[in-house]
Design a protein around this ligand. Structure first.
Ligand code: PLP
Length: 464
């Protein structure tokens, strides 16, 4: 059969509500043109994120009933640790309430002012936590990663030549760790190849620098390796995962992605001394090391979810259904980051709206327009999220202006996706009417979550 079906049936449904265009216009104004500030009851299709928004399976719900809520020594933790270790293989497994808590603990223990942490690309919370420790978060993607139409199969790769030059320039002593984010969420949900992981590892080993993996979407990355890298087509995603993590000294994980859970995360390391410091810090803010800010039932859901995320039927549906959205848009000329990512499709807002200067946030303008058109929530990944404003008020643009359409796991069906395609094509047809925005409020870090904006008056650019 050629038809790809969702490899599940639906047992419990959650109604979604249509609003009128007039209502959405008012809601958008009240939210300062920031879709993070709109209530989810006023969203029809929510593609804001794939983080914690997935649907759990019957096995996960059943496992939750086994959750042991003891403060210390819960068997739920034992099951969680066994599941993590069987896939990731690290000696120490430290549960955290989500990925950023793992990042904060990792960077607090390993980094200090003046250090440099290279990554293929730090995601927003990773960058913020790294910089909060005083270290510099340095992105070293391959050049192809910043060329949206380029169909390179592993655009998540790190530029290993630049990594070697960076070590040479700043000295290994100032680089407490190197990170690889699988897949690269910032620039297209693109995978990292096993060859690149091996190469980065060998540079790290030569310089005695530990390699950590930001593992949020490890299963999707493994499936891309199976599909695209020679020598892996006969291996299972689990075998590929075991090899991938064998090159790393530790990892951070948000189980809200490929853990198929609604909350949770963990931090892993093979280093006893580092693990001890991390557990001490964990107790300060997250909780005792056998629950780390999570309920016993959450640990159970993650223990099952990690294994389900590696099932081939699921991964095949996941990768093909994301590509279905991307291919239907690209076929009509909508510029997207190619090839389609694992968890999301990224529209190139700079190419779609060339009449909006980057400092007027074309990505935010496009995301707002999709909401106005059809009640769809997406997110800008561009200058609002990654740009910077100097103390003298000068704005610096991000390398790309993207709108990410993130697909929650096991939540929407093909007809939902067809609706999204129709709405985007409608906006595509009248794209010249979309206007830019300007900032009226921003927080000192992670400004995109709470920023408030307003439309730039249409004549402002014509009359100097
Ligand atoms: C690549 C990457 N790293 C880290 C995180 C942080 O995870 P969490 O949201 O669980 O704190 C995210 C979340 O979106 C992510 O995509």
């Amino acid at each position: 059969m050629r038809t790809i079906i969702e490899p599940f049936r639906i047992k419990s449904v959650e109604p979604i509500r249509k609003t009128t265009r007039d209502e959405r216009q008012k809601l958008l104004e009240a939210a300062g043109y920031n879709l993070f500030l709109i209530g989810s009851q006023d969203i029809l299709i929510d593609l804001l994120t794939d983080s914690g928004t997935g649907a759990m399976s019957t096995e996960q719900w059943a496992a939750m009933m086994r959750g042991d809520e003891s403060y210390a020594g819960s068997p739920s933790f034992e099951r969680f640790r066994a599941s993590v270790q069987s896939i990731f293989g690290f000696k120490h497994v430290i549960p955290t309430h989500q990925g950023r808590a793992a990042e904060r603990i990792l960077f607090t223990v390993m980094c200090k002012k003046g250090d440099v942490v290279p990554n293929n690309t730090h995601f927003d919370t990773t960058r913020a936590n790294c910089e909060f420790s005083g270290a510099e978060a340095l992105d070293l993607p391959i050049p192809e990663a910043l060329e949206p139409p380029n169909p390179h199969p592993f655009k998540g790769n790190m530029d290993s030549a630049r990594l070697a030059q960076t070590i040479e320039r700043v000295g290994a002593k100032r680089i407490p760790l190197v990170m690889l984010t699988v897949t690269n969420n910032s620039w297209g949900g693109q995978p990292v190849s096993m060859a690149n992981i091996r190469e980065v590892k060998s540079i790290c080993s030569r310089n005695r620098i530990p390699l950590y993996i930001d593992a949020c979407r490890f299963a999707e990355n493994c499936y891309f390796i199976k599909l695209r890298e020679s020598g892996y087509s006969d291996k299972t995603p689990r075998e590929i995962a075991r090899e991938m993590f064998s090159y790393a000294d530790g990892c951070t994980m948000s189980a809200k992605k490929d853990g198929l859970a609604n909350i949770g995360g963990f931090l892993c390391t093979n280093d006893d001394a580092i693990a001890q410091q991390e557990k001490d810090l964990l107790i300060l803010t997250e909780g005792f090391p056998t629950y780390g800010g999570l309920a016993g039932r959450d640990l159970e859901a993650i223990a099952v979810g990690l294994n389900e995320a590696l099932e081939e039927d699921y991964l095949n549906y996941r990768i093909i259904s994301t590509a279905y959205l991307g291919n239907h848009l690209a076929r009509e000329g909508v510029p997207i980051v190619q090839p389609p990512g694992g968890h999301a499709i990224y529209i190139d807002a700079k190419a779609m709206l060339p009449h909006i200067p980057v400092l007027e946030f074309p990505g935010v303008a496009l995301a707002d327009e999709l909401y106005l058109e059809a009640g769809i929530r997406s997110v800008e990944i561009g200058t609002l999220m990654f740009g910077k404003r100097d103390s003298d008020g000068t704005e610096h643009a991000a390398p790309m202006e993207l709108v990410r359409l993130c697909i929650p796991r096991r939540v929407y069906t093909q007809s939902h996706v067809d609706y999204v395609v129709e709405a985007i094509l409608e906006v595509w047809r009248r794209r010249e009417s979309v206007r830019g925005l300007r900032l009226v409020y921003q927080a000192p870090f992670l400004r995109h979550f709470t920023a408030r904006l307003e439309p730039v008056p249409s004549l402002a650019r014509v009359i100097p």
